[in-house]
Write a protein that binds this ligand. Sequence first.
Ligand SMILES: C[S@@+](CC[C@H](N)C(=O)[O-])C[C@H]1O[C@@H](n2cnc3c(N)ncnc32)[C@H](O)[C@@H]1O
Length: 180
Amino acid sequence: MFNYVGDISTISHYIITKFLENKNVAIDGTLGNGHDTDFLKDNFKKVYSFEIQEEPCKSYINKNIKNVKVINDSHHLLKQYVKEPVDCIMYNLGFLPGGDKKVTTLHETSLESIKAGLEILNSGGIMTICLYRGHEEGREEEGCIIPYLKSLPKNKYGVMEHCFLNRSEVAPILLVVEKK
Ligand SMILES: C[S@@+](CC[C@H](N)C(=O)[O-])C[C@H]1O[C@@H](n2cnc3c(N)ncnc32)[C@H](O)[C@@H]1O
């Protein structure tokens, strides 16, 4: 086991904990099994959590956590539901581990959501994107999200990529955007 060079979700939690100053409102763009939402609910006053599948939404709602609003809809519509600026947005793209692999995030809507999210991200806010390239749609996401993030003006956004250099070429990557 590695302490640092391991799971990219854990690294994303560390980055948010360590480098984000204001922890008021957060969005989890992909609720899934709820690990990221659990992390966010412990660290933020309010969390909006998006998920297109009904079952994961029901399971999380049953936990009855007061500061989490679960939204059973696609994250590309986030501005319809979130009417306030946010400090943090997390995406863990792809399909639900242990679930139906055909129900996956899609490159068009993932990109649309990232664009909308950056608009409502507060100054000093952080967006993290865990991107899994081991399946076809993940490669499509890589093919449009990375060029978009590269095009962001460097006087407004800092963008970093964390990738494994000695693993498969399709090993997952963590993208981090910080808004100035
Ligand atoms: C990799 S899993 C998320 C893992 C999750 N963050 C966790 O901590 O367990 C990706 C999830 O995104 C969901 N999803 C797919 N397309 C979506 C969309 N357009 N909007 C919101 N969620 C979506 C899938 O149903 C799946 O549950």
